[in-house]
Design a protein around this ligand. Sequence first.
Ligand code: NZQ
Ligand code: ZN
Length: 386
Amino acid sequence: MNDFTYYNPVCIHFGKNALDELGEAIAPYAGPVLLVYGGGSIKRTGLYDRVMKILREAGRDVVELGGVMPNPRTEKVYEGIELCRKHNVGLILAVGGGSAIDCAKAVAVGAKTDKDFWQTFYVDAERATAAIPLGTVLTIPATGSEMDSSSVITNWAAGEKRGYDGDPLIYPKFSILDPTITYTLPKNQMAYGIVDTMSHLFELYFSAPDRENVTDDLAEGLMHALIRAAREAMADPQDYDARADLMWTSSVALCGMAGNGKDNDWASHNIEHAISALFDVPHGAGLAVVHPNYLEYIRPYATGKLARFARRIWGVEATLSEDEQAAEGIRRTRAFFHELGAPVTLAELGVSAAEIDRIAAATDLSAWSYKQLTQEDVKAILRMAQ
Ligand code: NZQ
Ligand code: ZN
């Protein structure tokens, strides 16, 4: 195990009645509330009305930042910063998925500085010195943003998608996790969220150290829960226990616990971020294409770990050679993503093979685990994904 410092202060309210806790959760943070939400799903499902009722009963003034798009863009963040300054916002409440939450996090630090939020935090990686407190009501299990200290924003004009990572100031103060809120998710969004969660676990698990350790054991347990719950929820979208497992698995996968003491990888995420910065594809869909091919590409450097994964997660027979086990584990992972309905080729994602060089040029190469990647490696991985 590597040395680590772990800090995660997010207060989680989990369960069928978790939204009942919202009034009490916001009470410590005075002032107008900035309500941040996406393209309209919360209005269609009635969640907007439920949240507004609670905020009204608490006597809070509400300012709205709606229309946050998937892969949230800088323009939306600037809009939110203006609203915060104009209305002297005291609490930001994101109701939605990773996109609404990440936009809210960017607004939270952006409103507290005179500098440009994008250049300062997302490009120059300077640390913020203050943030407006933030709470979330999660509507889709996927990114883990509800319980982590990262935010990913797209600068569409620059063709860049960047993270602002590891700042304790952007941990939500609280997150409301009610699995019944996810009943309304379309199946494609369910699939993307499941793939994203699995991909987070892969980024952590497929990295040194590889000697038996509790963090890898935890990741394997989460992978089992994810696969089981994914199949149950796909078969019966109203299966509460499956929805509950999906929601809690996605939060735990990226709250730090499944990566403590590990090197971490993030190469697949960086390749996907380049794809969605250029083609605006859903994050989980891009990962379903990239991650199995990335694992295939690093197979010669990660054979033992991939073989262990294949045996323990997919039940691949130990009688095969290690390399055959590793290959079979990757094959079953890709088949699982396909079974969920996620795309597994660039063509299925709607991205032409002619774009491979452009994607490789836009990929941040700073993160890797078993093999340091070059632009040529990224091109080779993407060619495998055609
Ligand atoms: O926008 P609305 O109308 O709300 O619809 C959303 C959106 O179209 C819909 N949806 C969400 N909950 C729903 C629902 N529809 C019906 N019923 C519900 N209960 O689902 C669509 C996707 O939502 P979005 O928030 O975009 O998805 P996700 O949570 O996957 O977030 C993706 C963003 O998070 C970033 C991604 O790069 C991407 O920009 N990530 C953030 C991370 C972090 N902060 O730690 C890490 C991740 O690796 C990732 O990069
Ligand atoms: Zn992700």
